[in-house]
Design a protein around this ligand. Structure first.
Ligand SMILES: Cc1cc2nc3c(=O)[nH]c(=O)nc-3n(C[C@H](O)[C@H](O)[C@H](O)COP(=O)(O)OP(=O)(O)OC[C@H]3O[C@@H](n4cnc5c(N)ncnc54)[C@H](O)[C@@H]3O)c2cc1C
Length: 271
């Protein structure tokens, strides 16, 4: 049974920031609810107040410009990202990650930012966003701060966000346009399932980046690799950066093996 909580639906950003500042850790932001409501139902989280982000003026939509890059706001769902022509044309790696997240029905509710803030090690959006050099813009009544997504995750389902802060924008820099990349997710079944592992590989300007999920307490970014590096170098770098565990889905050894296999396959496929 659900415990009792209050629900508010602010239309205004400053109202939302006031509510967060006044209620601290007893409040939770609600986007699609596909993680939060499951946790509340399971008794994992017991917030007293849910603050809906979806109706806040200015929190909807994706925008693109050469100066600001690709800007993803709190209300943007996974399916909205998949429908976006700029994403499909210029950031196809993101579209591949999004397409592998859950089912069509879940993607209709689930937001990109909710997936990032949930900070699950098996997040499907994180590997592509990490490779693309995404940045997070975090706001509170105290002001705004911006940092690389790679510095946002601090542990399993833990981030740098304080209780009065919101992740207001995800920004993929325009410099990432022209990158070639692809995402592979290993699952127990053909249909939708959380990943056993997920690997994104991106090539740009002679460099290679890897984004790897389900292989460490947080999604992992590997940089400093070059096109032309031997496969063994790429595999060794992925091995060094990750620390997979054995769990209900598979063994640590299988994860290690499949990360290496996907890195090699992607390196051959991404031209
Ligand atoms: C059946 C099912 C299958 C799933 N399969 C997958 C899968 O294959 N891959 C995968 O990666 N995930 C999967 N998920 C998890 C989930 O759908 C995603 O993580 C989703 O993107 C979360 O977004 P949301 O909008 O629903 O977040 P919510 O549940 O609304 O919020 C998630 C967390 O983020 C916080 N939050 C939300 N927005 C903000 C914001 N702007 N600023 C600060 N905090 C915020 C909330 O307070 C909460 O703590 C699955 C979930 C279900 C139920």
């Amino acid at each position: 049974m659900l415990h009792k909580f209050r629900y508010v639906n602010p239309g205004d950003r400053s109202e939302l920031l006031d509510l967060l500042a006044e209620n601290g850790s007893s409040a939770k932001l609600l986007a699609g609810g596909t993680d939060l409501l499951v946790n509340i139902r399971g008794g994992v989280q017991r917030p007293q107040l849910l603050i809906d982000v979806k109706k806040v003026k200015g929190f909807q939509g994706i925008s693109w410009s050469v100066t600001d890059g690709l800007v993803i706001r709190p209300g943007v769902t996974i399916n909205e990202l998949l429908r976006d022509a700029t994403v499909r044309d210029k950031f196809s790696l993101l579209a591949e990650c999004a397409h592998d997240l859950a089912s069509y029905q879940v993607r209709n509710r689930a937001t990109v930012i909710g997936n990032i803030v949930n900070a699950s090690p098996c997040s499907d959006m994180a590997p592509g966003l990490l490779c693309l050099g995404a940045r997070v813009v975090i706001s509170s009544k105290r002001g705004e701060r911006e940092l690389p997504l790679a510095e946002f995750f601090t542990g399993v389902k833990k981030t740098v966000l304080a209780s009065d802060e919101i992740l207001e924008r995800l920004v993929v820099p325009a410099a990432a346009v022209g990158a070639r990349g692809s995402y592979r997710k290993l699952k127990r079944i053909q249909g939708h399932d959380l990943g056993i592992i997920g690997v994104a590989l991106m090539k740009k300007d002679g460099l290679i980046s890897l984004g790897i999920s389900s292989s460490a307490p947080t999604p992992v970014l590997v940089t400093g690799l070059h096109e032309g590096d031997a496969e063994e170098v790429l595999v060794a770098a992925s091995r060094k950066a990750t620390s997979p565990i054995s769990d209900v889905r598979c063994s640590k050894e299988y994860r290690e093996f499949m990360i290496g296999t996907f890195v090699k396959r992607l390196n051959r496929e991404v031209k």
